[in-house]
Write a protein that binds this ligand. Sequence first.
Ligand SMILES: COc1cc(O)cc(Nc2ccc(C(=O)Nc3ccccc3)c(OCCC[NH3+])c2)c1
Length: 337
Amino acid sequence: MVRYIALKGLYDLEKTIGSGGFAKVKLATHIATGEKVAIKIMDKISLGDDLPRVKLEVQALKTLLHQHICRLYQVIETDSHYFMVIEYCSGGELFDHIGIEKNRLSETESRKFFRQIVSAVAYLHSLGYAHRDLKPENVLLDREENLKLIDFGLCAKPKNGIDSHLQTSCGSPTYAAPELILGKKYLGSEVDIWSMGVLLYALLCGFLPFDDNSIENLYRKILSGKYDEPSWLSSSSKRLIRAMLQIDPKKRITIQELCNHPWITAGFLNPVSFVHKTNFEKDDDVLSTMSAICGEHASDIWRKLVKSDRTDYRTATYLLLLDRKLRGLSLRISPSA
Ligand SMILES: COc1cc(O)cc(Nc2ccc(C(=O)Nc3ccccc3)c(OCCC[NH3+])c2)c1
């Protein structure tokens, strides 16, 4: 196993859990706390002119604090590599969780998960970001089956706000909105709604609304906006999916309407809110655990934490200890930290 000097003493790398274009994701252990993390490793050579995307994603993730958005703990940059230390989603991909035999979820279970996706995307849009690559592989679960959105490598924050047009064609065609595959100017918020429509369809049906091995046929199907409506779909589900898979983006349901849609609120007391984690909450138990080991005063540790750019080893240690505490585990830390 290639050892990276930059991780020595901080993280022990384990198996590869994902690999894509210019990155691979490995399972790792945060040595000081023994907690599992995922580390996305990118080498700068193969990143090429995608290098600025890493900085854009890191910048976005430092701002995005939400219970259904996978957490960035630490960023390590060397001359040759970027390492993004990320929350480990031990539940794996949501769609693997659906399992092969059933291959689709009940309306109630689909609603539980879909509300979490809507909450994360509504929060994202409220801060002016669009994900632009919403697809099953980017929807994971943590150990308590809470949903986590991952991979903001294509996310965009248009400089004139979420309502200003984008042009870059990106994301996977299967989940891409008609205006995106036509290369038209599009709104990030509108293409995210379309992709969420594809996700909801896949949850409720167990297969994709538009699928074809030939890219031309796939495009034709997407641009036709026609897809099967299996007999098991309730009329309320059909209405919601139709509202999301509108070819004309101006006729497509908006994220606000989605949060209040009858299908979304059925069985729940309230619409989807995108209340999110506050910023760093100060925890004295965690701070005293850290000060017991590194000898600094808890108040100094906290001051440095708040002042830091929140992507250093101290931040990762604090957040992982906080996570252990929230799970009712002991706050242990190994002296080598
Ligand atoms: C903000 O979250 C991000 C940003 C990003 O650029 C990339 C990722 N990638 C991740 C993060 C975590 C996992 C993971 O924990 N996977 C996993 C865990 C247990 C069983 C199976 C998978 C990850 O997995 C890669 C494969 C998922 N399609 C990717 C997160």
